[in-house]
Design a protein around this ligand. Structure first.
Ligand code: GTR
Length: 360
């Protein structure tokens, strides 16, 4: 049944190079870069290369969670292309641990530190969290690229057609925060997750595609321009997202979003985003009452991306061959998924499932 549903989506071929030759395990990395390139060119814009060094200053340090963890408030600073520096606040919370012990690290791209964030329980599971508030990096509104990080890369608010938008900027900041914390001795480099919800679920997946130090990507209810397939999607579609949130994307996104037909005849679909994370781990979570994001199109995208992992000799998406039912969870492969009851939300239940997967 899944095979037929995928055939109906008529997706661009994942395992053929741009020159038409078949992708092999040996040429996978070249294909992965082609996937990132086509997604960047038409949708998110290209991520600038970063070569400088990042500093993090601890501005305060205190014991939290009733003695179970230490919390460090950080100022992250790095050089930017026009000879300046950009600075943003971040937070690192580390469970108490034995000397020499390493812990999984989750980089959390957050809206706010409130209803989406069961921090005590996360710490209780032995996970360290490095987090930042996305709007401390770039405002989530039309500001003509005058605020936050944007003017450090975009002159006078005028972008090249394939220059990045704010999803790219938030993703880039996740990598700079990782730069700031990765050398701490407690970090288990085999377990570095990046997590976000909704627009920040799109961002988390794009961050992991671009930065291979993220060993695990957690993309919650990411929907349109996230993990969900564009072809045949219900709910939100490119023409709507590109007109309401043009600044999330590059200018070229407008060209492919003039109509649903145009957005469904692009040389890519969102299974390219999922596959660009291979062979690392990807976990996407859907919610039953989130038809705007379209959980089935998220599920089908993982099924379509799975051959990338299989090509590399990894377990891909090990799911039952029918559309998911609420309560279904698939975590035996490198690509994981769940569909839970309820609305568009990053819930405690989602977090706990993601954390189990990160600790596996
Ligand atoms: C909606 C948008 C979605 C999703 C959501 C969110 O308005 O249409 O793509 O990103 O916002 O981030 O909560």
């Amino acid at each position: 049944m899944i095979t037929e549903l995928l055939e109906q989506r008529n997706l661009p071929e994942l395992l053929l190079h741009n020159d038409g030759t078949p992708v092999t395990a040996e040429t996978w990395e070249r294909r992965r870069l082609e996937l990132i390139d086509v997604l960047a060119e038409h949708q998110y814009g290209h991520m600038p290369a970063f070569t400088g060094s990042v500093t993090s200053q601890i501005v305060s340090e205190k014991s939290v969670a009733a003695g179970n963890a230490a919390r460090y408030d950080l100022i992250v600073t790095f050089p930017t292309p026009f000879g300046e520096r950009f600075t943003f606040p971040a937070c690192l919370t580390v469970p108490v641990h034995a000397e020499g012990e390493t812990l999984p690290l989750m980089v959390y791209i957050a809206f706010r530190y409130d209803e989406f964030y069961p921090l005590e329980e996360i710490l209780g599971k032995g996970i360290a969290v490095a987090s930042f508030l996305y709007q401390d990096v770039a405002a989530d509104r039309e500001d003509n690229y005058q605020e936050g990080i944007a003017p450090h890369y975009i002159k006078d608010g005028v972008r090249e057609p394939n220059q990045w938008g704010k999803i790219g900027m938030w993703a880039f900041a996740a990598s700079r925060l990782l730069d700031a914390v990765i050398d701490r001795p407690f970090v288990d480099r085999t377990r570095i997750g990046v997590i976000g919800h909704s627009r920040l679920g799109k961002t988390a997946a794009w961050a992991a595609a671009n930065d291979t130090r993220f060993t695990h990507a957690f993309s919650n209810n990411s929907g349109c321009s996230g993990i969900a397939l564009t072809r045949g999607k219900v709910g939100e579609k490119f023409p709507r997202i590109a007109s309401v949130f043009p600044y999330w994307f590059c200018e070229n996104m407008q060209t492919i979003s003039v109509s649903v037909e145009a957005s469904e005849s692009t040389p890519f679909d969102q299974h390219f985003l999922a596959a660009a994370i291979a062979p690392r781990k990807l976990y996407a979570g859907s919610a039953l009452r989130d038809s705007w994001a379209d959980g089935y199109s998220e599920y089908l995208s993982l099924a379509a991306a799975s051959p990338a992992w299989e090509l590399l000799g990894c377990k891909g998406f090990l799911a039952k061959p029918y559309l998911p039912q609420p309560g279904d969870q698939y975590t035996d492969g490198s690509v994981a998924y769940h569909l839970r009851e309820g609305i568009h939300y990053l819930s405690r239940e989602d977090w706990m499932k993601y954390i189990e997967f990160l600790k596996k």
